[in-house]
Design a protein around this ligand. Sequence first.
Ligand code: 9MR
Length: 371
Amino acid sequence: MKSNNIFKKFISFSLATLSVIFISNCKGESNQKTELIGLNNFETAKITQTQSLRNLAESAGMRMGTSVLINPLREDGTYREVLGREFNNLTPENAMKFGQLSTARGNYNFADADEIVAFAQNHNMQIHGHTLVWHRNLPDWFKNGQWSRQEAMKILREHIFTVVRRYRGKVTSWDVVNEAISDQGTLRDSIWLQTIGPEYIEMAFRWAHAADPKARLFYNDYNAEQLGKKSHAVYKLVQQLRQKDVPIHGVGFQMHTSIKKPPSSKAVSANIERLEKLGLEVKITEMDVKIHEDDKPRSEKLAAQAKIYQNIANVCLKAPNCNSLTTWGVADHWSWVPKFFNRTDAPLLFDEFYQPKPAYTALSETFYQNK
Ligand code: 9MR
């Protein structure tokens, strides 16, 4: 149970030893566990039941998620195995974006998204849909067209209804609007703002709610996790939405971060807390921690990275309105980071051989301690 530490008393062995269990287990050597650490039967049974990250997270009252890409899901058996074993929340990294789904007006290809949804259902995972309204990854036919306000509204409404209706009852929560605030804390100048005006945001939430009244609806953004210009603007936006009775249930903190600029736990907590007072949930939706900018030895960088994951998990565990932590990718070689920044990096929980990294162990320990 969240914020219940009664099982702490079982942690009579060192955290380092605990890491051995998880790592050996991930390598499929779970039968060596008892000999490795000399636990009594009761303690061993406890760990065996909760050995994957998703199980550990669940017993701490949280969900452990990752984004998923269609290519490795189709082509890489190890990817599928790690995905199904370690995570119980899935966010399609690209497959549900407007630009991926729609090749011509009114024309949708749901093959990739359907496959991801089927995988999640077969593995008893929840799906966080991403994302209905964004200024990027739009279809060319829409980007290149000239639209009146009425037409743009019709397009947005049709898009939201088509996608949300298809996955009604399957997608538990949606990033309805993504990154609508600029880094300066103003409304981002996007095609949606230009064609429809600022009301596109509340329209999107209302339409998503009408299409699936049970889905939990989120506003999602980056660099708005701590207190500052941008997060204040996000706060103001969602506060206004609440005041207008717009159906919004939470805010996604993307949490793309790095060991050079680690987020302050205190500031993230304060931000989560003020959103709680508005009656809003928070999800950590796209976490990754870059290590490239630092010249220290790799082991030190991985330890610093582990600490950041652990701190954010702790912040979320302590907050009654934060129950989910999602990483933006399963393993380092599938991360968007090296491609986007054009340099090598290792921002995720598993390395390119799908071996768990210190960050994985740190999260496991944190969830275990918070059962
Ligand atoms: O990781 C995603 C990458 O594969 C795509 O090319 C890109 C454009 O669609 O989007 C990346 O994911 C972004 C997410 O959708 C929104 N927040 C920032 C993420 C990283 O850019």
